[in-house]
Write a protein that binds this ligand. Sequence first.
Ligand code: ADP
Length: 473
Amino acid sequence: MPISPSLRSVRVVLTAWYTTLLVVAFTLFAISTYFYLQSLLLQTLDDDLTGETEWVLKTLAPRRDTAADSLRRGILPEAIQSLLDDHFIANPRNYIVMIALRNGTILYQSEDWANLGPPPADTLRHRPAFSSRNSPQGGVRTCVNWQDPYIVQIAYPERPVDLALDHLSTIFAILAPLVIVFSASGGWLLAKLALRPIDSITDMANRITAHNLAERIPGRDVPDEIGRLIRTINNMIGRLQQSFTQIRQFSLNIAHELRTPLTILKGESELALQKQESNDETRQLAGIYLEETVRLSRIVDDLLTLAKTEAGQIKIQHEPLEWDKLVHEVFEDAQLLSSWRELSVALNHNDPVILTGDSARLRQLLRNLVINAIQYTPPGGSIGISSVLNGDSVEISVRDTGIGIAPTDLPYIFQPFYRSERAHHHAMGGSGLGLAISQWIAHAHGGTILVASTQPGGSTFTVVLPVRPPHLP
Ligand code: ADP
């Protein structure tokens, strides 16, 4: 099953690692504590049992000679027997005791001993020897100790040790889910804290475009990994900014340099056209030169305008203007331009509006849209212009019945130098700069420019402009 991207996030991975490590550490701690406590309790028990066997052997030792006779008969002197009874039967710890001779004769045994059976054979090799054995009452710990001619065996139930270990297991079982919840939420929180700067770096890096390269990610002046990452990205943005500035300057210089020879060429072509002595062929040639020079000059002007907007060298004038009058002028231009292409142009609606803005730039914007509509509409088509006042903004749309724009081209048409494949075939003269400039003009007035298009069917460009740009006081 594919893992969803959200589960692959660094935060989830870090939390999973953190939780796993903590759970593993807790499990190791629980297991080692369990076995350590078990061996500690058994050791204490073994020490107790050793002490008891030593005591019995010590009690028997001084009487070896005097009691030789009784021993030979297989019974302990009464005095010793009652001493042992006092010690073991009165003892609340439930010791199970058996004293025998090396030859197997049992001298003394507490009631439970019969159930326990003989000690394992190898327990007589070293002393004292311990073993855990099963009895009908449960597990017992046995200690076998000897000193000729006596063998003493004492056993004690292991139940107290088992009980302590059971308690410990219960505590660990209760703690385990708490540890998992605690480590998972702790890990989640720690990962969030550690990754918070990354989120803000991502947001900031996403916001940076060619237009705001002067911005930087707010740095934290700490020589840690995040600090280094921020410095590296900021340095990279700095280098990008430098490259962009150089490219803009380069475009500006080229456009400037081209303008003068183009103006001279245009003048010369016009002169050649007007000269009386020029023959038809020369005139025709001069006409072609003039047409191409005008087209080239327009591209160079557009390039210069775009380079200047990107370099922030164009200032928008904010003056009250009669918007409806401007729309009407552009409409008249459109009528003139479309007359030789058999297109009908209509001004469907034109609300009277006084708008604050730059009349030259706004005229340029509208002309770009109208010229595009004329350029990309085949003969016999129609173009409709309408300007409607809508509350605090004016909405002007230029609709055509032209070649339309493919959905795959729509996201790119406002980018400089972008021309669709169909546009190339349909109108050779374009530069792909008109819409980029138009969009900049709309944005500079606090407005937007939208396009809707179908193929076939045509396109509608809509510009929404605030009557008074919001950034003005
Ligand atoms: P151009 O000089 O190529 O017209 P623009 O920036 O004005 O440059 O337009 C960019 C592209 O958008 C055009 O090449 C064309 O593909 C498309 N376009 C713009 N206006 C229209 C329209 N009215 N109808 C169809 N396509 C259009």
